[in-house]
Design a protein around this ligand. Structure first.
Ligand code: TRP
Length: 330
């Protein structure tokens, strides 16, 4: 059994693309591996969030991930800021992170350009904190998107550097989690590529049925196929891609057939079916999100239990690292 770890940014609501892209894979991972999932609330401080918003955002992501099926009995689910061991290891690892390489990080350069008035040291050392998150549980695998690959590479550098410096083979070099299948990419409703790029093309898990109907109705279409058996334009293919994940194979075949015969005037029906099937998927999740969000006792229990498990694992690493670096007890 391998250790898998993922950090979750406390911003934004989950949409259908997140659900089919990452979430359903997390559900499988927690069955097969030792998993750590945490809310990266310290990381979010780099942008100076309003304290009131910070708490609500943390509540929100936690409720959404739990509602999707992340299970505190199977995975260790915690808040980063509940584990002070992370702050200490971060301090120690910072001594091995060099200014030159931090300044060259793509994410740092981008953020610094976007927000020239808030180029704080936390932003600069964001990759060290992320490396700490991973190394403190000696994770084998980290499910990362393209934007996080460089951070993971830096994590391996720090792990390697530490091992060399102290002549130990203590930290494992974590690698991207390999799924063994193509990730499902949910397109947006506006024909512009991925869901999530802009507000208008997104269906959120917390969207009410009325909102979903309206959004699907507004999805980009045209006058229908110009002739039988022509290829579908991207924006029509997109609707079929979503249909494939939320509907039955029979429904997909039925509309595919309508397209191929070259008939027109059935997009309304397709959209109605699509909206209905999306609503069927999201309704139980939405109801759970709302229940969990209002259940402070449950959230308190999940985060307390999670912090306890995470601290046990983190504490062990930290004791070893202190010893390796020369901090000894009298
Ligand atoms: N940086 C990640 C993001 O922006 C969040 C994150 C923080 C993370 N620590 C992590 C992801 C550790 C994986 C492992 O999405």
């Amino acid at each position: 059994m391998k250790t898998v770890l993922s950090g979750i940014r406390p911003t934004g609501n989950l949409h259908l693309g997140n659900y089919y892209g990452a979430l359903i894979n997390f559900l499988k991972m927690q069955e097969e591996h030792k998993c750590f999932f945490f809310v990266a609330d310290w990381h979010s401080l780099t942008t100076h969030p309003d304290p009131k918003m910070l708490h609500e955002n943390v509540r929100n992501v936690l409720a959404e991930y739990l509602a999707c099926g992340l299970d505190p009995e199977k995975a260790t689910i915690y808040l980063q800021s509940d584990v002070p061991e992370i702050a200490e290891l971060y301090l120690l690892l910072n001594m091995h992170a060099y200014l030159g390489e931090l300044e060259k990080t793509v994410s740092f350069k981008e953020k610094a350009r976007q927000n020239p008035n808030n180029v704080n040291a936390g932003l600069l050392t964001y990759p060290v904190l992320m490396a700490t998150d991973i190394l403190i549980h000696n994770a084998d695998y980290v499910p990362v998107g393209k934007d996080q690959e460089q951070h993971l590479e830096m994590t391996r550098n720090y792990a390697n550097r530490f091992n060399h410096k102290y002549g130990v083979e203590y930290f494992k070099l974590p690698t991207p989690f390999i799924y063994g299948h193509e990730l499902i990419k949910i397109p947006g409703l506006d024909g512009s590529g991925k869901m999530g790029k802009s507000e208008g093309n997104c269906i959120y898990l917390i969207d009410e049925p009325k909102t979903i109907e309206k959004k699907v109705k507004g999805a980009l279409t045209d006058n229908g196929p110009e002739a039988p058996n022509t290829p579908k334009p991207d924006y029509i293919e997109n609707l079929f891609t979503i249909l494939k994940v939320v509907s039955t194979p029979e429904a997909v075949a039925y509309y595919d057939n309508l397209w191929n015969t070259g008939e027109t005037k059935w997009y309304g029906k397709l959209k109605k079916q699509l909206a209905e099937d999306i609503i069927q998927v999201t309704t139980p999740i939405r109801e759970r999100i709302n229940d969990i969000k209002n259940d402070d006792a449950y959230l308190r229990k999940v985060t307390r239990d999670g912090a306890e498990k995470a601290r046990e694992s983190a504490g062990k690493t930290l004791r070893d690292v202190r010893e390796i670096m020369g901090f000894k007890m009298f």
